[in-house]
Ligand binder design. Structure first.
Ligand SMILES: Nc1ncnc2c1ncn2[C@@H]1O[C@H](COP(=O)(O)OP(=O)(O)O)[C@@H](O)[C@H]1O
Ligand SMILES: [Mg+2]
Length: 261
């Protein structure tokens, strides 16, 4: 019989655990044998050139793409065993690269759609008529600084406002992990920094784990705890943001002269 050693079991589960993860598209290995262990509450950025596999790795962790090999666990649960919908939505929420708001619905209604995972779709559709989580959604819009725009159609909001709505929506979804694919890359530099600062501070105050892919290396370095450099589907470095060197970055972004030859 195994000895009782409760003290050995109190180690909190990792928020995200990725082992031997591989995803191929034809002959391209978009993600190639990746290992990644993320403790709860950490803010981590994927950086690397276009085509490195950042989006695919986020999609694999979100469960929207299934791997060819390897596995993803969220809080100790195998992702492939989690039911899509409510169960998955309570663990992981996504802020998309392109705003995926419904343009004809108000900002508030778009935020309420964040309850879709928590409620099941029919209740969410019902909520468009009788929004019972309206106070929750209004508080989320206040937190992202656009409560005054709650009734405006999403399609009429600026890019920065739309991304704030997307953040408010994931706040009402209330997952433990937020995944964000280049959340600020389509905003001008000043707004990009404001929106990123907002996203990181919301994750921090709610003790959420945040994994984002980032195009702007300077923002990634300043706002995230840890950087993972990806190139050709593989991890080139994985370290505290403050430890990333010029040499690391040069290797990450270097032009492959042999390509096409
Ligand atoms: N749906 C897809 N079909 C075919 N190839 C894809 C698909 N998604 C990604 N790829 C390829 O996988 C590689 C990684 O892409 P991606 O994950 O989008 O990288 P990144 O987000 O770092 O730019 C690229 O070579 C890309 O062309
Ligand atoms: Mg991408």
């Amino acid at each position: 019989m195994q000895p009782r050693s409760a003290s050995l079991n109190v180690r909190p589960a990792l928020a995200v655990s990725v082992e031997g993860l591989t995803k191929r598209f034809g002959i391209t290995s978009a993600v190639n044998d990746v290992e990644l262990f993320v403790p709860p509450g950490q803010a981590i950025a994927f950086v690397g050139p276009s085509g490195a596999g950042k989006t695919t790795l986020l999609e694999l962790i979100a469960g929207s793409v299934s791997p060819d090999a390897g596995r993803v666990s969220l809080y100790g649960q195998d992702l492939s065993s989690l039911k899509p919908g409510r169960e998955l939505a309570s663990l992981v929420g996504v802020v998309a690269q392109q705003y995926d708001l419904v343009p004809n619905l108000s900002a508030l209604q778009n935020v309420l759609a964040g309850r879709l995972g928590a409620w099941g779709a029919w209740k969410s559709i019902l909520s468009l008529l009788a929004p019972r989580d309206k106070p929750l959604a209004m508080r989320a819009l206040e937190r992202v600084g656009i409560a005054g725009r709650a009734e405006e159609r999403a399609g009429r909001l600026s890019g920065g406002e739309q991304q704030r709505v997307a953040i408010a929506r994931v706040v009402v979804q209330d997952p433990k992990i937020i995944l964000a694919d280049e959340p600020v890359s389509s905003l001008d530099p000043a707004r990009a920094e404001d929106v990123l600062a907002l996203l990181v501070s919301i994750a921090h105050e709610r003790k959420l784990t945040l994994i984002a892919s980032m195009h702007a290396i300077d923002l990634a370095t300043r706002y995230f705890d840890r950087l993972v450099g990806l190139r050709n589907g593989r991890i080139l470095f994985d370290c505290p943001a403050s430890d990333v060197t010029r040499t690391d970055l040069n290797a990450l972004y270097k032009i492959e002269e042999e390509r096409g030859g």
